[in-house]
Design a protein around this ligand. Structure first.
Ligand SMILES: Cc1cc2nc3c(=O)[nH]c(=O)nc-3n(C[C@H](O)[C@H](O)[C@H](O)COP(=O)(O)OP(=O)(O)OC[C@H]3O[C@@H](n4cnc5c(N)ncnc54)[C@H](O)[C@@H]3O)c2cc1C
Length: 401
C-alpha cells in the first residue's frame, strides 16, 4: 500500500524548499524528496533583488538570510578595452514601496539551508534525501509516484505533486514534455575564488563587457570570497577546464594579487521552457519549468516567484477557497512571464556583456551611462524582477480568500 500525502515536491533545491515552506505555513502536509544526500552546494545563484527579498520576508526567512549574506549596494559596468567603469549606487534607485534598497548576495545552498531550518520547525513536513523519482502515474484524484530509496523501491501517493527537480527534470520527462528553446554555444565556468578584489576597486557586483573576456564578478560574503563567472569555447575539452582557469583570470585579476580557487563548475546554459506548467495534478516550478542564462541573475529569481505564486494558489485550492482552475492561471501566467520577460531580459544581458560589434558596444556603453543616471531605470535587474512577480492571483481570487 502506498503511503498517502497531500503534496509531494520533487527536488529539495531552493524552489522546492520555498514552495514547501509556503504550503506548510498554511498547515498543509508536505513531503520533499531529493535524489542527493543533502543540499547541493555547487556554485550557482547568489544574487537576490529587492523584490525577491520581499517574498522571502513574507515567508519569514529574509532576516536570517540577511544576517548571513552580503548587502550589495552597488554595481559596476566595466569596459576594459577603453578603461571605462560606470558605477551605480542602488540606494539612490530604491523603487516606490520597496522595503529593501540593496541586493543580497548569498549562495543558493545557504538560502536552501535557512529555509530547511524553518521548515523543520513546522508539523507535517518531511524531507527525504536519497529518494529519487523514478515513475509517475496520474490516477483518479491522486498521483502515484515510484521512488528509488536506499531501502529499495517505494510508492508514495500524493494529491498534488510539484516538480521542482531542476533543468533536467525527471518530472517533466515523465510527463512526456519537451524543453523547447536553445542552448548557448559557450560553456559558462562558475568559480568561487578567495581574493581581495575590493582592494583593487571592484564593486560588490561587476559586469565586465568584452567580446572574449566577458564576466560577471560578485562578492559572495563579507570576507574575500568572490564568484567569478566567465565563458569559454564550448568545444574545448571540459576535463581540462581547471587548467585554463588561471589564463582566464589574467583578464580580471592583476598578476601580483594572490588568489585561491575554492570551487569551479562548468555549465551548459539554456533558454528553454516547458510547453505547459500543469498536467492534471502535477505542477512544474523553477528550472524544471524554465531555464535561462545566469547573466542578470534572473533564473532563481523567476523560480522563487513561481514558488510564491504556487504556494498561495495551491494552498487556496487545497483549503477549498479556490477551484482547481486557479492552477491553470498559475501555469499560464508563469509561462508567459518567463517567455515575455525573464528569458528576453537574460538574453539581452548576455548579448550586452559579449557584444562582438565595436560600434554597437560603444553605443550600448553610452546608453548604459545614461540609464545609470536615471533612478527609475538604473537598478535594471530590480526593475525587471518586479515585472517577474507577475499576477500571482487570478482576477478576483483575493476576494475568495
Ligand atoms: C553559474 C550560475 C549562476 C547563477 N546565478 C544566478 C543568480 O545569481 N540569480 C538567479 O536568480 N539565478 C541564478 N542561476 C540560476 C539558478 O541556479 C537556478 O535557477 C536554480 O538553481 C533553480 O533552482 P531549482 O530549485 O528550480 O532547481 P535546482 O537548484 O537545480 O534543484 C533541483 C533539485 O532536484 C533534485 N532532483 C533532480 N532530479 C531528481 C529526481 N529524479 N528525484 C529527486 N530529486 C531530483 C536535485 O538533486 C536538486 O536538489 C545561476 C545558474 C548558474 C549555472
Amino acid at each position: 500500500m502506498a503511503e498517502k500525502r497531500d503534496v509531494v515536491i520533487i527536488g529539495a533545491g531552493p524552489v522546492g524548499f520555498l514552495a514547501a515552506l509556503g504550503l506548510a505555513r498554511q498547515g498543509i502536509d508536505v513531503t520533499l524528496i531529493d535524489q542527493e544526500a543533502g543540499i547541493v552546494s555547487s556554485p550557482r545563484a547568489a544574487v537576490y533583488h529587492p523584490t525577491t527579498l520581499g517574498i522571502l520576508d513574507r515567508l519569514g526567512v529574509a532576516d536570517d538570510c540577511i544576517d548571513i549574506g552580503l548587502y550589495c549596494r552597488g554595481l559596476a559596468m566595466r569596459y576594459p578595452e577603453v578603461g571605462d567603469v560606470i558605477f551605480f549606487d542602488y540606494e539612490k534607485a530604491a523603487l516606490p514601496g520597496q522595503k529593501y534598497n540593496f541586493n543580497l548576495h548569498l549562495g543558493q545552498h545557504e538560502l536552501a539551508a535557512v529555509v530547511a531550518r524553518h521548515l523543520a520547525r513546522l508539523p507535517h513536513t518531511r524531507v527525504l534525501w536519497r529518494h529519487r523519482l523514478g515513475s509517475l502515474e496520474q490516477r483518479d484524484g491522486h498521483v502515484l509516484l515510484g521512488v528509488e530509496t536506499p531501502q529499495g523501491q517505494e510508492e508514495i501517493s500524493a494529491r498534488w505533486v510539484i516538480g521542482a527537480d531542476g533543468a533536467r527534470s525527471t518530472t517533466r520527462h515523465l510527463l512526456g514534455m519537451d524543453f523547447e528553446g536553445f542552448t548557448w554555444p559557450e560553456r559558462f565556468v562558475a568559480t568561487n575564488v578567495q581574493v581581495d578584489l575590493s582592494a583593487i576597486g571592484y564593486a560588490d557586483t561587476n559586469m565586465v563587457v568584452d567580446p572574449v573576456n566577458w564576466a560577471v564578478i560578485a562578492r559572495l560574503n563579507r570576507g574575500t570570497l568572490w564568484r567569478l563567472t566567465y565563458g569559454e569555447d564550448g568545444r574545448l575539452d571540459e576535463t581540462t577546464m581547471w587548467e585554463r582557469i588561471p589564463g582566464h583570470y589574467r583578464a580580471f585579476i592583476p598578476p601580483d594579487l594572490p588568489y585561491q580557487i575554492r570551487q569551479a563548475a562548468p555549465y551548459r546554459v539554456h533558454e528553454r521552457c516547458a510547453p505547459r506548467f500543469r498536467a492534471g495534478r502535477v505542477l512544474l516550478a523553477g528550472d524544471a519549468a524554465h531555464a535561462c542564462n545566469p547573466c542578470g541573475g534572473l533564473g532563481l529569481t523567476t523560480g522563487i516567484m513561481d514558488a510564491n505564486a504556487l504556494y498561495q494558489l495551491l494552498g487556496a485550492v487545497i483549503h477549498g477557497h479556490l477551484g482547481e482552475e486557479a492552477l491553470d492561471h498559475y501555469a499560464a501566467e508563469r509561462r508567459r512571464i518567463f517567455l515575455e520577460i525573464t528569458s528576453p531580459s537574460a538574453q539581452h544581458f548576455k548579448k550586452l556583456l559579449s557584444q562582438p560589434d565595436p560600434t554597437l558596444r560603444a553605443q550600448q556603453r553610452e546608453a548604459m551611462r545614461k540609464s545609470m543616471e536615471d533612478p527609475s531605470t538604473a537598478q535594471m535587474s530590480a526593475v525587471i524582477s518586479r515585472r517577474i512577480v507577475g499576477d500571482p492571483m487570478p482576477v478576483g481570487a483575493e476576494a475568495a480568500l
